[in-house]
Structure formats: C-alpha cells, structure tokens
Design a protein around this ligand. Structure first.
Ligand code: SF4
Ligand code: SF4
Length: 146
C-alpha cells in the first residue's frame, strides 16, 4: 500500500485554512483533478473533514492546503485563473455565507450551508470553472433547477 500523504495543518488544534470556494469543490469531487498528487491530497483532506465534522475551518481567499498540491500553484498564486477571478469566487462564497474573510466556523455547518444553495448561486460563484461537467455538486443542482 502507498504511503499516505502528509497534509500540513491536519492533526494540529488550529482551524484548517480553506479557500472559501473549495467548500463547494470538495462536495463536487468525484476523483478527477489536475494531477494524481492533487487528487490524493484532495481525497485525504475530504476524508479528514468527513471524519472530523465538528472541527473548524478558517475561510480564506488565498492558496490553501488543496492548492499546495496543485500544478497550477506558482510561487504561492494560482496560475490557472487570474488573481481577481479566483479571489472573487472565494469572496462571493464568504459574502453569501454572511461571513468575513478569516471567519472560523465548524466544518459541518459550512458544508451543509453551501450544499443547500441552488444553481443560481453556483453559477454566480463558479463562473467559468472548467470542471462543471465533472462536478457532482454543480451537476446535481442543474438536475433540479435551471
Ligand atoms: S463547478 Fe468548479 S468551481 Fe464550482 S464547485 Fe464545481 S469544481 Fe468547484
Ligand atoms: S486551480 Fe488554482 S485555486 Fe484551484 S486548486 Fe489549483 S492553484 Fe488552487
């Protein structure tokens, strides 16, 4: 069996920092991703959060532990989307949650809140994301709304 990846911050008592739009992406993940490393890291983070639903997340609008294994992270910044675009996705999520950047909230509460959003909210946040046809969350909302 392969060695499990070590994820910085997991296991510490501090709230894990997650860029806000990743609250949505984690719930749409079905194993696809930018690289094998990226997929394994994301799987590990999702498993950890599912096992620790009452732990806390700190919402940020910058690179997080998911980005750390993404081939699009270049010198600490995302090179797939422009900086205003990707930050805007995070800021929209934080605004819709009626929170501020840096807010710390329980995992379960945050995930269930964004899961309840409709396709109009997702369209607003997800913009031109290239994963819409693979994203389980986005697709599930398309099926019940228009
Ligand atoms: S469509 Fe893209 S940005 Fe939106 S939740 Fe899915 S993966 Fe994330
Ligand atoms: S595409 Fe950009 S925002 Fe998304 S995981 Fe990679 S570095 Fe992070």
């Amino acid at each position: 069996m392969g060695k499990r990846p070590v994820i910085p911050g997991i296991g510490s008592s501090k709230a894990l920092e997650i860029r806000a739009h990743h609250l949505l992406c984690m719930q749409g993940f079905q194993g696809y991703g930018y690289s094998r490393d990226f997929q394994r890291n994301l799987e590990e983070i999702i498993n950890h959060l599912e096992s620790n639903p009452y732990s806390s997340l700190k919402l940020v609008a910058d690179a997080d532990i998911i980005c750390q294994k993404c081939p699009h992270l270049e010198e600490g910044c995302c090179d797939k989307y422009s900086s205003p675009t990707i930050r805007d996705m995070d800021l929209k999520v934080i605004e819709k949650l009626d929170l501020e950047v840096g807010a710390i909230e329980p995992v379960q509460k945050l995930l269930s809140q964004v899961k309840a959003w409709n396709i109009h909210d997702l369209r607003d946040v997800c913009g031109e994301c290239s994963w819409k046809d693979k994203c389980l969350l986005y697709r599930s909302k398309l099926e019940v709304d228009y």
